[in-house]
Each structure stands twice: as structure tokens, then as C-alpha cells.
Design a protein around this ligand. Structure first.
Ligand SMILES: C[S@@+](CC[C@H](N)C(=O)[O-])C[C@H]1O[C@@H](n2cnc3c(N)ncnc32)[C@H](O)[C@@H]1O
Length: 264
């Protein structure tokens, strides 16, 4: 009997390669082409009410838990084109690491910490009012320039147990379509902190993805229960607050802010 034609052998898996498959994992997206200027202009060229609310939650949390001593090392993971998480940690950290995967965002951050856009004063003024931890700092951007350093980094491979204080704003749910990567990123962020270190993390609520300039970026649609479940094995004293937000774009249902402490 002649050998069967292998093209028709049903035991061989010859599924065709995906044609124009949609990217879904973090590594598939064009992070190095992230348009930092477009992102900054859209999100942070003026202070909105949702960011005011986030500042109220996070600055109060840090002030209530940090006032007594300057912590050696803080990290903002996936800093992007946003300085306000770093500004919120400024009174409490001797060194601030702005960790970014995207080359474009690292370049933008390097320039921005030396010559910040004027809109960051709106964010600083909102933090500063009525908060004694922030009030003594008269030149926040000089101090930020001295304390902050931009580093290349990947949220999935952060060194464990290194940092004394941390923020992660709109990263774990906004870098992938996969729930497993959202969970892994969230836990890796918290695991990069020392035991009992405080953190704040912000998330888009039920986001379906976003455009920056001419590129599309993913989202994993998460709500308060998903954030709570992702944090549960690694964090204690967690509070999750929902922040109303509608005006940024279509395709999301508000924002969430989680505060808590790395488990001892
Ligand atoms: C939606 S933006 C958030 C930027 C900023 N934190 C903010 O609050 O607006 C997501 C950021 O995550 C960064 N990013 C993507 N994948 C990453 C990874 N694997 N590790 C670290 N950062 C990553 C992107 O370059 C981008 O700056």
C-alpha cells in the first residue's frame, strides 16, 4: 500500500498559521512606539475632576502612613507620560524609580523631569492644599529632578522585595487583553515592595482598550472584584474606591484606586 499523502493525514495537526491575528499578550504590542506627547496632551495637559479625586485618596493615604520618616526607595511602575504618581510620593522617598518598558516614554520622562510642562503645577497645587506632608516642599520640580531616575524595566520581571513605597497607575489592566497577565502584573508590582510597604494602584474600570496617536493598545476589562482578587494573595489592608470618570474617551466605566500594604 502506498504511503498516505501527509497533507491529508488527519492525525497531523496542520492548522493554518493565524492570518492577521489580533495581538493579545503584552509582548505583542508596539510599546516602543507609544506616542508620549499625544498621551500627555490627552490625559494630563490639564487637571480633571477624576484625577483630583484620585489625588485626594492617594495623597491622604500616603500622608497618613508615611509622615514619620523618609523612605529610601520608591517605584512608579509603567510611569508612561504621567508625573503625578511620582509627585505624590515625593515627600516620602529619597529616590524615585520611574520604571518603563517603552523607549519613547523613557525619553519623554528623562526630558520631562528636567523641564516639566506647566500643567503639573495644577496637580501639585491640588496635592499641596491642606496636606502638611506636601506643604514644606516649595520647589517640587527641582526636588523631583534630583530624586527621580528613569529606568528600563518590565513589570513582569521586577526584583522582588526591593522598594519601600510604590505606585502603579493604569498599567496592569492596560497592557494586555489577558486576565492572567493582569493578575501576574498586579502581583509582580506588589511583590517588588518590601513587606508592609504601602502602595497605591489605579485601574480603568471595564475598559475595552484605547488609542494613543495612531496606535491601538489593549485592556483587560476588570472591576472591583477582579482587583480585590488579584491583590488578595500579596496585599493586606486593601481599600478599593471607585472614581467617577466619563470624559476621557469611550469604552470604560470609571476608574478604581486601590491602596494597601505588601503582606508581611
Ligand atoms: C495606559 S499607560 C499608563 C501610563 C501612566 N502610568 C499613567 O498613569 O497614565 C500604560 C503604560 O504601561 C507601560 N507598559 C507596557 N507594558 C509594560 C511592561 N511590561 N512593563 C512596564 N511597563 C509597561 C506602557 O509603556 C505605558 O507607559
Amino acid at each position: 500500500m502506498p504511503d498516505p499523502d501527509p497533507r491529508f493525514d488527519s492525525a497531523i495537526d496542520i492548522a493554518p498559521p493565524p492570518v492577521d491575528a489580533e495581538p493579545s499578550v503584552n509582548a505583542d504590542f508596539p510599546w516602543d512606539a507609544f506616542d508620549s506627547t499625544a498621551y500627555f496632551e490627552h490625559n494630563y495637559s490639564s487637571l480633571r475632576a477624576d484625577d483630583e479625586k484620585i489625588i485626594d485618596i492617594v495623597a491622604r493615604f500616603f500622608q497618613d502612613n508615611e509622615l514619620r520618616r523618609l523612605r529610601p526607595q520608591a517605584i512608579d511602575v509603567g510611569a508612561g507620560a504621567n508625573l503625578y504618581p511620582a509627585l505624590m510620593m515625593l515627600p516620602f522617598a529619597a529616590e524615585l524609580t520611574l520604571c518603563e518598558r517603552a523607549f519613547s516614554n523613557r525619553q519623554w520622562l528623562e526630558a520631562e523631569i528636567l523641564q516639566p510642562h506647566p500643567s503639573w503645577w495644577q496637580f501639585w497645587s491640588h496635592m499641596n492644599v491642606g496636606r502638611e506632608a506636601y506643604r514644606p516642599i516649595k520647589n517640587p520640580f527641582d526636588l523631583l529632578g534630583r530624586r527621580a531616575r528613569v529606568t528600563k524595566g518590565n513589570i513582569f520581571s521586577l526584583p522582588p522585595g526591593r522598594y519601600d513605597l510604590g505606585t502603579m497607575f493604569f498599567v496592569a489592566e492596560s497592557i494586555t487583553n489577558r486576565e492572567s497577565e493582569f493578575v501576574r502584573a498586579t502581583r509582580s508590582f506588589v511583590n517588588s515592595l518590601k513587606p508592609k510597604a504601602p502602595f497605591a494602584a489605579a485601574f480603568m474600570r471595564n475598559s475595552s482598550g484605547y488609542r494613543v496617536g495612531s496606535s491601538s493598545f489593549p485592556a483587560c476589562s476588570v472591576d472591583e472584584d477582579d482587583v480585590r482578587a488579584a491583590l488578595a494573595p500579596v496585599a493586606g489592608g486593601v481599600t478599593i474606591q471607585t472614581v467617577e470618570s466619563k470624559s476621557l474617551r469611550d469604552g470604560y466605566c470609571g476608574m478604581m484606586v486601590a491602596t494597601g500594604f505588601k503582606k508581611a
